[in-house]
Design a protein around this ligand. Structure first.
Ligand code: ADP
Ligand code: MG
Length: 724
């Protein structure tokens, strides 16, 4: 089949109808999760009480309770045809890991029974040796364990009962994303509660909330299969831009194509069954780019749900003849994909800590949290960027409408004005909501409604949106836990420091308002013209300005990772109990290793495709041209009238030679870098190689423009991006 057959095949592919139950969503929503309702139905009351005490109060589970829970789960699961069970975890790779075990066991009478007990539920020892650990297991202990996380509900995928677990080494080091996230969530609650108690003594827990927006591309599977680069690396390594891409701005929020709508519907049904509250779906800016977002939830749960949704997307897309691209930059020259992490904090009494309050006191509490979050993002500015940095996200940051590689915060006019006013006025000035009280001079006012104001800035990586911050720099294929762990941890540290300043003020006899404002003012003064930036983040001037302000402007990904082991980061992570220094060092090794492998694979694919796909196609066209020229010569005796052919031949020779030279150079560079012993130095070497991709790509994209369209072997951008 040639490219034209593939294109035709994809173009005529019809939408497969989605399978949507006839009854309304609320009738079957969450039927495949072992949620509260199932717990009440399938567990005896002692077991239920003990489990709830564990989930809500962090009480350890004893063996008897675990057995009781397992019994109930097994009964429920078997009613849904479950035959297997797995510990489901999030190792330091992309995606999740699962190893299925059948429920069958010998019954001692020559037959088998289905069995599932507390031990199987609570702990497993997967063959962990092939997961990245940065030398932790090699150095300390070979085994890794998965242990049940009772705060994430167990769910059913196909015939398998999936138990969300953390993955740790024998000596307790985290080998996954979930464990540090759980530690950070505890740290932020522990640090925030004492501050909340100053305002409302009944607060006993603070929750971190996450609402992610997942961007992705859909490409027809026939075209995808013909693009080795997409298949192996998740992005196109070459491809001349399409004459039309996103310049007409006609894709964003446009009508969803039938096949895509059908895919989205099936995805929603699968998600709803698993209790995942998908809420929003729409076309994104680039052609064939889309987005979905759930209703936000508690961060640990919401992150698990994102991981599950990414799995579901991959599976369900195939039913519709699509492949989902979760890579941050599958196509050059058009928008990439991010995963905006909307984040907020709230108390167990239902107070949203990043939304204006009901009265002056509530507003003071809001300002307290608002300013401290910004202070944390300023203090750990480079770390915030390191936390979202990866070989793949590097292509997106700073290109085509993506947040730049500088982490500044957008506050909007309202909040900027509020902060400036707070600096000027005496510390005992009440902070009122405008409109509620009569206007009087000397008040600091927050307009009543500004949550949905139009004052939004798409160029900011960390934007305040009225009741939450939106961390927009997170990559589309990333595990949100990386960013959420760091963000919650830095805020926890900042809140701890802040509390001691306030305590000193209170001890000196200041009122709460004055003690808080006196502590906040120096912080506001330091952030307002540093990390806070409401201007256009895409401009060159901003880069210079950010550097002047002392913000981190590093763009070299392997270098960014060094932020994790800087003294300030180690101190913050150990003080909050989120990572030990040993874990930080090990994780950086994993990050460098992953970076190296990704670039290495891309570089190999690039060189091979250049030599096996591109040059042969160019030479085929060259042969055709030479034939024409030879024929002309033999008929007319001269080359008059062959100017075009000759010019084409000259250009083809030039580009082919260029490709040949650069491909060989890249291969040699790889060989040299592979010989570097130190992993960090090797990663730096691979960064150089990544930087050289554009040079090899250029002559290839030029050839795509020149070579006879019939000969070109790879589906083109215009085909992959406009067929759906
Ligand atoms: P946008 O207009 O930025 O594209 P979307 O509606 O696509 O917004 O997504 C916004 C996300 O933010 C949703 O997941 C939503 O549930 C979430 N969200 C809303 N309020 C909060 C909050 N207080 N804390 C965390 N996430 C929130
Ligand atoms: Mg959105």
């Amino acid at each position: 089949m040639d490219r034209f057959d593939l294109v035709k095949e994809s173009f005529v592919r019809k939408a497969v109808p989605a399978e949507v139950p006839e009854s309304k969503v609320s009738d079957w929503y969450g039927e495949l999760v072992f949620d509260r309702a199932k717990m009440c139905k399938y567990l005896d009351s002692d077991t239920l009480q003990a489990l709830l005490a564990c989930i809500e109060g962090g009480k350890p589970l004893d063996r008897k309770t675990a057995d009781g829970v397992a019994r109930g789960m097994k009964e429920w699961a078997m009613e849904h045809g479950v035959t297997h069970v797995t510990h489901w975890f999030q190792p330091l790779t992309e995606g999740t890991a699962e190893k299925h075990d059948s429920l069958i066991d010998y019954d001692g009478k020559g037959g088998v029974i289905e069995s599932f007990d507390g031990t199987m539920l609570a702990q497993q020892e997967p063959d962990a040796s092939s997961f990245p650990s940065g030398g932790i297991r090699a150095t300390f202990e070979a085994r890794g364990y998965t242990a049940w996380d009772p705060t994430s509900p167990v769910f059913i995928l196909d015939d398998t009962l999936c138990i969300p677990t953390v993955f740790v080494s024998y000596t307790g080091e985290a080998l996954d994303y979930k464990m540090p996230l759980k530690r950070a969530l505890k740290a932020v609650s522990d640090a925030a509660v004492p501050i909340c108690k100053l305002f409302d003594p009944s607060v006993s827990k603070v929750y971190s909330y996450l609402g992610w927006e997942q961007e992705y591309f859909l490409v027809d599977e026939a075209l995808y299969a013909a693009r080795t680069d997409l298949m192996i690396t998740g992005r196109t390594l070459f491809g001349h831009s399409s004459s039309r891409n996103q310049q007409l701005d006609d894709h964003y929020f446009a009508a969803i194509p039938a096949r895509v709508a059908s895919f989205m519907r099936d995805l929603e049904v699968a998600a709803y069954r698993l209790g995942i509250p998908l809420k929003t779906r729409h076309n994104e800016v680039a052609p064939n780019q889309f987005e979905l977002a759930p209703i936000y939830g508690e961060t640990n749960l919401s992150n698990d749900q994102n991981q599950i949704v990414m799995n579901l997307m991959n599976r369900i897309a195939r039913k519709h003849g699509f492949v989902v691209l979760l890579h941050e930059k599958p196509f050059d020259g058009i928008n990439g994909s991010g995963k905006h992490n909307n984040w907020s904090l709230g108390t167990d009494n239902g107070t949203q800590l990043l939304a204006p309050g009901k009265d002056a006191k509530g507003n003071l509490q809001f300002i307290t949290f608002f300013v401290n979050v910004l202070a944390a993002v300023q203090k750990h500015n480079g770390l915030m960027k390191a936390t979202i940095a990866s070989a793949t996200n590097a292509h997106r940051l700073g290109a085509n409408e993506a947040p730049p590689a500088i982490v500044s915060a957008f506050l909007g006019r309202t909040m900027t004005e509020v902060l400036r006013k707070l600096l000027e006025l005496p510390s005992d000035t009440p902070i009122e909501i405008a409109g509620k009280k009569g206007k009087s001079v000397g008040l600091v006012e927050i307009p009543e409604i500004f949550v949905d104001n139009t004052d939004r800035n798409r160029t900011s990586p960390f934007a305040f949106t009225g009741n939450r911050f939106e961390f927009r720099a997170v990559g589309s294929c990333a595990n949100c836990a990386g960013a959420m762990t760091t963000l919650n941890a830095i805020v926890a540290e900042q809140l701890m420091d802040f509390k001691s300043t306030v305590d000193a003020g209170l001890a000196a006899g200041k009122s709460l308002q004055v003690a808080v404002m006196d502590s906040l003012k120096p912080i506001i003064a330091s952030i307002i013209d540093t990390v806070c930036f409401d201007g256009n983040g895409y401009t060159e001037e901003w880069k210079a300005e950010a550097m002047r302000r002392g913000l981190d402007v590093e763009t070299n990904v392997p270098k960014m990772f060094c932020e994790f082991t800087k003294p300030a980061s180690v101190e913050m992570f150990t003080k909050t109990g989120v990572y030990t220094e040993k874990e930080l060092i090990a994780r950086n090794e994993v990050k460098w290793e992953t970076y190296i492998k990704k670039v290495q694979i891309e570089s190999r694919v690039m060189v091979r495709m250049a030599l096996n796909h591109i040059i042969p196609a160019a030479l085929e066209y060259k042969a055709k041209l030479l034939q024409t020229v030879t024929l002309a010569k033999s008929v007319y005796g001269n080359l008059d009238g062959c100017a075009t052919e000759l010019k084409l031949l000259e250009d083809i020779n030039k580009y082919v030679d260029d490709i040949q030279v650069k491909a060989n150079k890249m291969r040699e560079a790889r060989k040299a870098v592979n010989g570097i012993e130190d992993i960090y130095e090797r990663a730096l070497g691979y960064h150089e190689i990544a930087e050289s991709f554009a040079a090899l790509r250029r002559p290839i994209d030029k050839l795509e423009e020149l070579v006879d369209n019939k000969i070109w072997p790879l589906p083109k951008y215009r085909e992959m991006l406009f067929i759906n």
